[in-house]
Design a protein around this ligand. Sequence first.
Ligand code: HEM
Length: 414
Amino acid sequence: MTETHMPKDKGLDHTLKLLDEGYRFVTNRSNKFESRVFETRLLGEKTICMVGEKEAELFYDNAKFSRKDASPDRIQKTLFGEGGVQGLDGEEHHHRKEMFMSLMTKEKLQEISSILREEWEQEMKSHSTGEVQLYQAAKYVLTRSALRWTGTPHEEEDIPEWAEQLSYMFEAAGSVGWNHWQARQYRFMAEERIAGLTERIRNGNVEIDKDSPAYQFAMHRDLNGELLDEQTVAVEILNLLRPIVAIAVYIDFLLLAMHDYPEEVKKLESADDMHRFIQEVRRFYPFFPVAPARVKADFTWNGYTFNEGTLTLLDLYGTNHDPDIWNKPEQFQPERFQGWKESPFNFIPQGGGEFDIGHRCAGEWMTMDVLKTTLDFFVNHLSFAFTEQDLSYEMDDFPPITKSGVMVRDIQFK
Ligand code: HEM
């Protein structure tokens, strides 16, 4: 194939435009250039952006892209932590990812669903009079569930502190100034606490279930048969705790969808209806904007040259709203998932490709189960009324959360 010039965003740097246009940055340019691949400059660096199914397939080709040094330093220091599975490649990645995926068995997933159900019940009983902000309540419910499921020892009185630390890591991941520093500080404190727990597990100084994820990670051995250093164990246990609490962002949107589309709620009868509803929540609303990688070695694709080391971003939100994949993508239509032919690359709210050898989200099945359990609880086991409130959210916030955090009143158990 002959070489063609990749369309290029004019100007010195487009970071401010990215902050301004948020989730629409890549799609806006892709439409303008009439190309699903284009070049821009972000944070002073040449960056390739891509959107679409074929582009996702390319992006998840391990022979072409690497994750080493792909995430900006400031995101690693808040959201991901350093030395975790996200930045690994090849055999080392596969081996670490296997550890994560071994925790996602049917039994372990059922366990978190039943813990969650108990925690929602407890939490909502404590709010049976007055108003409650469900985003905040969800963070508490998920913090308790995450600590219980991972086997991380904790006291009830420490829940507000755990919830604050874990939420700050994703709520302030994209922020600057004080919030960014606070998120770094909270990550440091949480890592210290879990590194201490790892030491106690290894010395036999704590009572802990040997099947628990915390124990399994503390005793996990790398490809050379060595235990991971305590810091890395802490980063990986936080790679379970933090995203479980982050499901609160989807719960906020799940409740917003219940508010905005009551006719869709009336249709929720079977488990399949619930499944389609939560899939549409994950497709429709913005959460994880892009996945980053670097070109491994020079190659040409569809006439475009990709040079070694170039930062490349795959637009997850844009692909989930791509009119080539989705009919009327800007409409909330759970029934679109009826008979939907899913490929590893056409529905990618939590990344695409393979779970085991690729970087697709290790917690995707858990996220779906948590959302289904939560939807079932709010639809079938609770009655409530939405209060008058501002349910808008911004497309340039990361993560976007409704202004009011979804307030409800008159809560009763059915
Ligand atoms: C809250 C909803 C969630 C969203 C939106 C989300 C999104 C994502 C995305 C976009 C990726 C990166 C995909 C890529 O780089 O190609 C990812 C990776 C990952 N997620 Fe999630 N995730 C969520 C929940 C979870 C949960 C509940 C867990 C664990 C219990 C989890 C654990 C992980 C891990 C360990 C990785 C790294 C995988 C790897 O690098 O191989 N996530 N997630």
